[in-house]
Design a binder for this molecule. Structure first.
Ligand SMILES: NC(=O)c1ccc[n+]([C@@H]2O[C@H](COP(=O)([O-])OP(=O)(O)OC[C@H]3O[C@@H](n4cnc5c(N)ncnc54)[C@H](OP(=O)(O)O)[C@@H]3O)[C@@H](O)[C@H]2O)c1
Length: 229
């Protein structure tokens, strides 16, 4: 498949794109954009329309760890964060899914997290923003699946990427059990398989799939409430 890559660091994207072009002959279009800016999704959509690129697979993957809703007192920072994590995903779906419906084919993966699966005391930003993606994806899937469009919220657990270095949590990573960590290609493979099968929510990683039903139980929620009080 030909690819459109979107991120802020264009050099990084180029280093991903080059071997794809050279070794696999994949056409790659790179768009530098900051998805925490309100107008970014519309700019991406307009640029692709101008180039005549039709998007059949939309992967809303960009994301980062959060600050703390109460302790960090600059709300503008939180608003930009929620723009990236929540609004940009809704906006990308708003712009790209109607074209998929018209063509009778489309696949959307919204990268959420196992952090969406149970509320805990904490920053009150990351988990809730990912929970929105689960709920929105389920509802969107029900709305458009009759038009040949499948939508899936992909919920990974700990994954080896740059995420924890960017978040400044490499020490936590080093101290946590290795068994909880998956490679990104496992997450990607499971996500693509799930959206193809029409699953609206995919928990990624065997361990996390085993734990998830317990996370959903009223007893776990009761325990988290007790731990927080
Ligand atoms: N790693 C984990 O343990 C884990 C677990 C569960 C869920 N997730 C989710 O998986 C997704 C991918 O994260 P990752 O683990 O691959 O982390 P990562 O290695 O830090 O990658 C994050 C990606 O998002 C892009 N990005 C970040 N902020 C952006 C912005 N404002 N505008 C445009 N692009 C932006 C980054 O590119 P630029 O910096 O160049 O913009 C980068 O390509 C995220 O949604 C994350 O919440 C990760």
């Amino acid at each position: 498949m030909n690819l459109v890559l979107v991120a802020r660091r264009e050099e990084q994207m180029e280093s991903v794109a080059e071997p794809l072009r050279v070794r696999h002959g994949i056409e790659t279009t790179l768009i530098g954009a900051d998805l925490s800016e309100r107008e970014a999704p519309a700019r991406i959509h307009a640029e692709l329309a101008e180039r005549g690129v039709k998007v059949d697979y939309l992967i809303n993957n960009a994301g980062a760890s959060s600050g703390n809703l109460l302790k960090d007192r600059d709300f503008v920072v939180h608003a930009r964060y929620l723009e990236l994590m929540v609004l940009s995903v809704a906006h990308m779906c708003h712009l790209f899914v109607p074209g998929m419906q018209e063509r009778g084919f489309g696949r959307v993966i919204n990268v959420s997290s196992v952090a969406a699966r149970v509320p805990r005391a904490g920053g009150c930003l990351y988990g809730p923003s990912k929970a929105y993606l689960v709920h929105m994806s389920e509802e969107l899937h029900l709305t458009v699946r009759g038009d040949g469009v499948n939508v899936c919220a992909l919920c990974p657990g700990f994954t080896h990427t740059e995420f924890h270095a960017v978040a400044g949590s490499l020490e936590m990573k080093a101290n946590s059990p290795k068994i909880l960590w998956y490679d990104a290609d496992v997450v990607v493979r499971e996500g693509l398989r799930a959206v193809e099968r029409g699953k609206p929510v995919q928990i990624s990683g065997r361990i996390y799939r085993f734990v998830d039903p317990f996370m959903q139980s009223v007893w776990t929620r009761w325990l988290f409430r007790r731990m927080a009080s």
